[in-house]
Design a protein around this ligand. Structure first.
Ligand code: ZN
Length: 416
C-alpha cells in the first residue's frame, strides 16, 4: 500500500458527513465518519464540503497579468486589434512570462484548481519564448498541479512565414497539443489551416484544441471540417474545440453538430461568455459531450476579466446561462470541476444529468478541494476564500498558501 490520507467529516457535494480514504492518489473508500482508522495522514474536514478539484481547461498563462497593476485596455476593438495589442506590449510587461505564468498558476491552485490546460502563443514575433515561460512555470509547480500546454497559433498559421515550423518545434520542445485559431476568418483558408493542425497532430501523436470563435453557419461549417478530420484520422477522444460559439446560435444545424461531437468524443471548452456565447450546457450534457470551462485571458491585453479563481468562473457560468435552481447551479459547478477533468482525461466519464455528484467513486482521482459552505450552490454564490486543496492524494495548499510561494493577491510592492 502506498501513501494514504484520511479526510474526515466532509460532505461530498453537500451530502451527509463521511470520511474519504485516499490511497495511491485515488479514492479507496468512502465511509461513515469515524469508521476508518487506517491512514497515517489525516485532514480534519470539520464538516466542510468536499468537491472534485476545480479544472481550468482554457487558460492563457503566457498573457496573464494577474498580480500586476490593472492596465487600461489599449487595443482596437475586435480580434485583430487585441492580437496586435498583445504583440505590441507583451515584452513591456513588468514581469517575465515565466514569472507571470508561475504566479497565475499558483493562484489557480490556491483557489482549488489542480488540473490546467493552457495555450502558449506561437508565432513569428514571439517564437517559442512564451512556450518556454509556460514550460518553466509548469516545471516549478509540477508537484501541485497537472498542466497541459497547447501550441497556439494566435496570429493564424498561414498569414506569417514559418509558423508551422515553429509549432512543430513547440511540440518537440514539450507542448502537449496542437492548437488552431478561426481557420476561416483568420487565415481565410480552412482546409490548409486544418490540414496543418492535423498534420502536426499525426506527426507528434498529439491531440488538438482549436479556438473557434466563428459564429453561426460559418462556425458550424468549420466545426464540420474538424469533425471530418477527427473521423478520417481515427482521432476520436483526442480533440477539443474551444469556445464553439456557433453552438450558441440556435440554428437548425446545432443539434446535429452536437450529435457528431458526442459520436467522436470531441470535447468543448469555453470561458463562460455571455451575449451569444453561452453554450447549451444541458443539451450538451444530455448528449454526453464533455464540456469544461476556463479563465481564458486574465487582465491581459485582451480582457480585463479574471481573478484566478475558478469558483468565480463557476458563478459566471451559472449566471450567463440563467441558472437559478440549486440543481442547475450545481451543474455549472460540476462543469467547472469534473467536466473539465473529463476533457483532459478521457478515461473519466462525461457529466451525466442523472448523476450530478461525480468524483467520489472508488478509483476516482484524489483531486479535491474543501470549502466551508452549506451546499454546492451556496459555495458558488459565496465563494469562500479559505480552501484546502488536495492533489494526487496530498494536501498542496491550505487557505491560499502554497509552500514556497506567497499569494498575497499581487506581486510584491516592487512590482507595482
Ligand atoms: Zn483562448
Amino acid at each position: 500500500m502506498g501513501d494514504s490520507l484520511l479526510i474526515t467529516e466532509v460532505r461530498p457535494w453537500g451530502g451527509d458527513p463521511v470520511d474519504v480514504l485516499v490511497e495511491d492518489g485515488a479514492v479507496a473508500a468512502v465511509a461513515a465518519t469515524g469508521a476508518s482508522t487506517t491512514a497515517a495522514e489525516r485532514v480534519d474536514g470539520a464538516g466542510r464540503l468536499i468537491l472534485p478539484a476545480l479544472s481550468d481547461v482554457h487558460l492563457h498563462l503566457d498573457s496573464s497579468r494577474l498580480g500586476l497593476p490593472f492596465r487600461a485596455q489599449t487595443g482596437e476593438p475586435g480580434r485583430w486589434g487585441r492580437i496586435m495589442n498583445d504583440r505590441e506590449h507583451w515584452r513591456g510587461a513588468e514581469r517575465s512570462v515565466t514569472e507571470r505564468a508561475s504566479f497565475t498558476l499558483a493562484v489557480a491552485v490556491a483557489n482549488g484548481a489542480t488540473r490546467i490546460r493552457s495555450h502558449a502563443q506561437v508565432d513569428a514575433d514571439t517564437g517559442l519564448a512564451k512556450l518556454e515561460g509556460e514550460l518553466a512555470a509548469r516545471e516549478r509547480y509540477a508537484d501541485v498541479c497537472d498542466v497541459e500546454i497547447v501550441a497556439f497559433p494566435q496570429v493564424g498559421i498561414l498569414l506569417e512565414p514559418g509558423v508551422v515550423d515553429l509549432m512543430d518545434a513547440a511540440l518537440a520542445a514539450g507542448a502537449d497539443l496542437v492548437g488552431g485559431m478561426d481557420p476561416c476568418e483568420l487565415d481565410r483558408d480552412p482546409v490548409r489551416h486544418l490540414d496543418a493542425v492535423f498534420g502536426l497532430a499525426e506527426k507528434h501523436q498529439a491531440g488538438v484544441d482549436i479556438h473557434l470563435h466563428e459564429a453561426g453557419e460559418l462556425g458550424l461549417f468549420t466545426l464540420s471540417l474538424i469533425v471530418e478530420r477527427v473521423r478520417a484520422l481515427g482521432m476520436a477522444g483526442q480533440a477539443t474545440v474551444s469556445h464553439a460559439r456557433c453552438l450558441a446560435s440556435g440554428l437548425p444545424g446545432v443539434p446535429g453538430a452536437i450529435e457528431r461531437l458526442a459520436e467522436y468524443d470531441i470535447a468543448l471548452t469555453h470561458a463562460a461568455g455571455a451575449q451569444g456565447w453561452a453554450l447549451p450546457l444541458l443539451d450538451l450534457a444530455a448528449a454526453g459531450v464533455r464540456v469544461g470551462v476556463g479563465m481564458d485571458g486574465q487582465r491581459d491585453y485582451w480582457s480585463p476579466y479574471g481573478n484566478g479563481d475558478m469558483l468565480d468562473r463557476a458563478w459566471q457560468l451559472a449566471f450567463v446561462n440563467g441558472f437559478g435552481s440549486d440543481q442547475h447551479v450545481e451543474h455549472a459547478l460540476a462543469v467547472a470541476t469534473w467536466g473539465g477533468a473529463s476533457v483532459l482525461d478521457r478515461s473519466l466519464r462525461p457529466l451525466d444529468l442523472s448523476d450530478t455528484h461525480p468524483g467520489f467513486a472508488v478509483g476516482d482521482p484524489a483531486e479535491f478541494f474543501l470549502v466551508d459552505a452549506v451546499s454546492p450552490a451556496a459555495a458558488v454564490m459565496d465563494r469562500p476564500a479559505a480552501r484546502t486543496v488536495i492533489h494526487r492524494g496530498a494536501v498542496v495548499s491550505v487557505d491560499t498558501a502554497i509552500e514556497g510561494f506567497e499569494i498575497p493577491g499581487r506581486f510584491g510592492r516592487e512590482g507595482s
